[in-house]
Design a protein around this ligand. Structure first.
Ligand code: 8DG
Ligand code: MG
Length: 128
């Protein structure tokens, strides 16, 4: 699909908790919780997109990360290809640079938050 958006997504893990963020209301899927991340830029390696988005949104720099899962999903408005990475080490202290609320959510409690549809498979992958 030509107009599929490629997105780098960070599942940032500390012990049994995952860092989730609330998407700003004005964006696609605004108000839903998400794993931090964003669109890959032209000619940008996906790992670079992951690092850049973590820095832009959380002011941290991932240093240890590995691929978790890739998901293609079509919403009524657009199609996305989520390239999801587990981040197990990073420099800095995460903060919501864009004012977005952050929660360190225990893996067991991820169901209590409302995520975009495509994220169901991510939550399953985290639990495997
Ligand atoms: N970051 C993120 N995006 C997700 C998740 N699940 C999901 O369906 N998406 C979708 C929503 C958006 O359509 C797209 C990500 O785009 P984005 O709005 O975060 O991109 P960006 O950070 O580059 O934002 P911008 O520069 O365009 O404002 O992927 C998720 O867990 N995290
Ligand atoms: Mg984003």
């Amino acid at each position: 699909m030509s107009n599929t958006i490629r997105v780098a997504v960070a599942v940032i893990q500390r012990r049994d908790r995952i860092l989730i963020a609330k998407r700003p209301q004005h964006l696609h899927k605004g108000g839903f919780w998400e794993f931090p991340g964003g669109k890959q830029e032209n000619d940008e390696p996906i790992s670079q997109a992951l690092i850049r988005e973590c820095f832009e949104e959380l002011a941290i720099i991932p240093v240890k990360f590995s691929p978790l899962i890739q998901i293609e999903h079509t919403y009524p408005e657009k199609s996305v290809f989520l390239d999801v990475w587990t981040v197990t080490d990073y420099m800095g202290v995460p903060r919501g640079v864009e004012g977005q609320p952050l929660v360190w959510c225990p893996v067991k409690q991820l169901d209590e938050y409302q995520f975009p549809e495509a994220n169901l498979a991510i939550v399953e992958a985290i639990r495997r």
